[in-house]
Design a protein around this ligand. Structure first.
Ligand code: GLU
Length: 302
């Protein structure tokens, strides 16, 4: 995925100014910010469901009654989940998790975030350490054997990142037999070995791949295009993405296996956000600062 053009960035900045109401008054002399966009809860300005009622015994009822939810997300991935000021994560995944919380009537301050690195996601759900995982988490059949997924809420694809001055690696085909960094328990790590016979240099979080790449201990790093775009953006001029995405990585919200009612509830929340403009607003306010805002994907209610 290519980064936005400067023009688009400027347009995004203008939009942000409009949302936050920090801009100059509009042509009619009125502020450009809409009041409702500023009145919601937390950093993503989400309207809280007021005293929502749910079926007795459901996960939704339990969480709404408790007034808090445990969300697993990434802490080192710019644009989707990155630990920010006050040790609070920020990004599109965090916004999507907050959206689910808001529909349970749970404010942002009552969300208990934990870091779920790629290899921890299934175990954290299986051991009931989190209620949901929103963490660039690809829906696939293997994972569906132990957890359930709502979504998808975003479509990514595996890509390859190299040093900006690299002239020899143009895509995954050039990685056969070469040392490539990726993260244990991720789909791109498995794929780069199985399909492209790269020599995997595994680590636990993607940010740990950057120094080995700088030091030329590895020739490339591989994961989803949007994660790599975040690192390109944060380390200006150092890295580049080569070639086109070569897999499909539909991101889902992980939850306990076979909690069908909770999955249907989250799917309803996502579907509504796709059509009422919330999904696009949340994307534009997070990952959309660097990436173009795409159309929301189609849900798969398996
Ligand atoms: N989406 C891929 C996965 O779920 C790669 C990104 C990640 O490791 O979070 O494995």
């Amino acid at each position: 995925m290519k980064l936005k053009s400067l023009t688009l960035l400027a347009a995004g900045a203008a939009l942000l100014v409009a949302i936050t109401g920090c801009g100059t008054p509009g042509s009619a002399g009125k502020p450009t910010a809409s009041v409702s966009a500023k009145s919601g809860d937390g950093p993503y300005q989400l309207e809280l469901a007021k005293a929502p009622t749910f079926a007795a015994g459901s996960t939704m009822e339990k969480l709404a009654k408790a007034g808090s939810i445990r969300i697993g997300t990434k802490y080192d991935q710019p644009l989707f989940g990155l630990l920010g000021t006050g040790d609070v994560p920020a990004g599109f995944d965090v916004a999507i998790g907050s959206l689910v919380a808001s529909k349970l009537g749970i404010p942002f301050t009552k969300i208990k975030f934990s870091e779920t690195v790629s290899a921890n996601r299934e175990p954290f759900l299986q051991n009931n350490q989190v209620d949901i995982v929103v963490a660039t988490y690809t829906i696939n059949d293997k994972r569906k054997q132990v957890v359930s997924f709502a979504g998808p809420y975003f479509l990514a694809g595996q890509a390859v990142l190299v040093l900006a001055d690299n002239k020899t690696i143009k895509g995954p085909e050039d990685l056969a037999g070469k040392p490539v960094c990726s993260v244990e328990g991720s789909t791109p790590a498995a794929n780069i070995v199985a399909k492209y016979t790269a020599k995997l240099v595994p680590t636990d979080v993607y940010s740990n791949c950057l120094d080995p790449l700088r030091n030329k201990q590895v020739v490339a790093m591989t994961t989803d295009n949007v994660i790599l775009s975040g690192f390109v953006d944060r380390n200006k001029g150092e890295f580049k993405i080569v070639g086109k995405p070569f897999t499909e990585e539909p991101y889902g919200i992980g939850l306990a296996k076979d909690d069908t009612a909770f999955r249907a509830f989250i799917n309803d929340v996502l579907e509504k956000s796709f059509t009422d403009g919330t999904w696009a607003r949340l994307f534009a306010a997070t990952a959309g600062k660097v990436l173009d805002t795409p159309q929301p994907p189609a849900l798969t209610r398996y």
